[in-house]
Design a protein around this ligand. Structure first.
Ligand code: EPU
Length: 417
């Protein structure tokens, strides 16, 4: 096990390149198995979840070849093999194998997913969708068994706006007989990315990115080549880190529209944000104003940026209130930030943050975005060395992290625990 060491207090300066989006990649990889011929995915992030997904596709009988940031997937000889345990437990997004295998083979047996369990994360809306399409779903010793003699299009209203359920239903419905309409669908850019891939494979999906998605099922899907959108959460994290260290950073290879809520909130604090065509420049300022932030479904402020934003708000003058309306209790970073001198009080789904300096400390990342919060805090702490354990969580979402931060002038390194 390794730990991340940060000697903070240096403003970040320079340019950072953003990778392809993790949360798109882990949906596009299983989506590729719906095709009958080769799919090439470009701009993949170099992350453990992506590598594990490649191995899962191989276990299902696919041929997978890495070529730099691209992966060639030949799904022609795949089968729906039961996957109750093993690698499916390593990542949350293994639930997308349910929709993809159901769509192509009419059956799937997948163990309950693993991943960042900062709170119980049900998948009842995914199951409701599969059942509406005509599948029988049962719980078989901790695995979900899904089977359908024939998938039929249906009208599905999601009771909760869910990224995972929206994508999983799209995957299965793309091969169903007739039309499926998903109402109250999630609108995240990753959903549009999946629909773009599926349409390039021959699917007929309209309305992705709005709350009503219409999928006209087709008999067969074919191979294609697709480049993954940039990771808006990785980009947002570097935006926050640049502001928190009072730096000047060009965040390159982003779609600024995907970061509008982040940009608006930084500007409200007094951070200078310059939007370019495919880049955003952050110019930090000596002082910031306290603000209120509400994490909501897209296009609201992303819950995945709520944790690092907590660290930035410790640098504002006065009291900020940060509430998460996507998850009830995603605040595992808060006790660790308090160890670093932060003045934060939790009240229900809100963190009340009083601005003040942070000091270096030994802290533990309990999940991926909690880790991002601790990195921002460590970069900001003026004296001493912050030691962050739980780096394996951080590695799930931020590739080239140490290299990128060093290139921006941070004093960061990894050590054996
Ligand atoms: N929910 C239900 N029932 C369901 C599905 C979701 O009650 O069947 C609830 C969840 O408990 C949560 C809310 O609905 O309170 C939203 O969950 P959603 O299904 O949208 O989340 P997800 O698809 O499991 C993805 C990302 C998360 C990100 C959320 C919200 C992937 C692999 N994960 O999760 O990313 O926080 O959407 O935007 O795409 C991360 O990257 O750190 C991460 C956790």
């Amino acid at each position: 096990m390794e730990k991340l060491m940060i000697r903070g207090g240096r403003p970040l300066r320079g340019t950072v390149q953003i990778s392809g989006a993790k949360n798109s990649a882990v949906a596009l990889l299983p989506a590729s198995l719906l095709a009958e011929s080769e799919v090439v995915l470009d701009n993949l992030p170099q992350l453990s979840d992506v590598a594990v997904y490649g191995e899962l596709l191989q276990e299902l009988g696919g041929t997978v070849q890495w070529d730099g940031e691209s992966m060639r997937i030949d799904p022609s000889s795949m089968r729906s093999i039961p996957m109750p345990n093993g690698k499916v437990k390593l990542l949350r997004a293994s639930y997308y194998l349910m929709g993809a295998l159901l769509g192509r083979f009419g059956e799937a047996v997948i163990g309950m997913p693993g991943g960042c369990n900062f709170e119980p994360r049900p998948i009842d809306q995914h199951i409701k969708g599969f059942e509406a399409l005509g599948a029988e779903v049962s719980n078989d010793h901790g695995s979900i068994r899904i089977k359908a003699a024939e998938l039929r299009g249906a009208k599905i209203y999601l009771d909760v706006v869910s990224v995972g359920a929206t994508i999983n239903i799209m995957l299965a419905a793309s091969r169903a007989k007739g039309a499926t309409i998903i109402e109250n669908a999630a609108k995240e850019p990753e959903i549009i990315d999946v629909a773009t891939l599926l349409n390039a494979m021959g699917a007929n999906i309209k309305g992705a990115g709005t709350e009503t998605i219409r999928i006209e099922g087709v008999d067969q899907l074919h191979g294609c080549r697709h480049s993954i959108i940039p990771d808006r959460i990785q980009a947002g994290t570097y935006m926050i880190a640049a502001a928190a260290t009072r730096g000047d950073v060009l965040i390159d290879n982003v779609i600024p529209k995907h970061l509008e809520a982040m940009t608006a909130k930084l500007q409200e604090m007094g951070v200078q944000v310059h939007e370019l065509d495919e880049a955003i420049r952050i110019v930090g300022q000596p002082t910031y104003e306290a603000i209120d932030v509400k994490a909501l479904v897209y296009p609201g402020f992303a819950t995945d940026l709520q944790s690092p934003m907590t660290s930035l708000l410790t640098q504002a003058d006065g009291v900020s209130i940060l509430s998460d309306y996507v998850y009830n209790n995603r605040f595992k970073h808060v006790p660790e930030l308090i160890r670093m001198g932060a003045k934060i009080r939790l009240e229900g789904r809100s963190a009340i943050i009083e601005g003040g300096p942070l000091n270096a400390a030994k802290v533990r990342a309990a999940d991926l975005r909690a880790g991002a919060a601790l990195i921002v805090a460590g970069l900001t702490a003026v004296e001493g060395v912050t030691e962050i354990t739980g780096v394996e969580y951080i590695d799930r979402g931020y590739d080239f992290l140490v290299d990128n931060l060093r290139q921006l002038g941070a004093d960061v390194w990894r050590e054996r625990e």
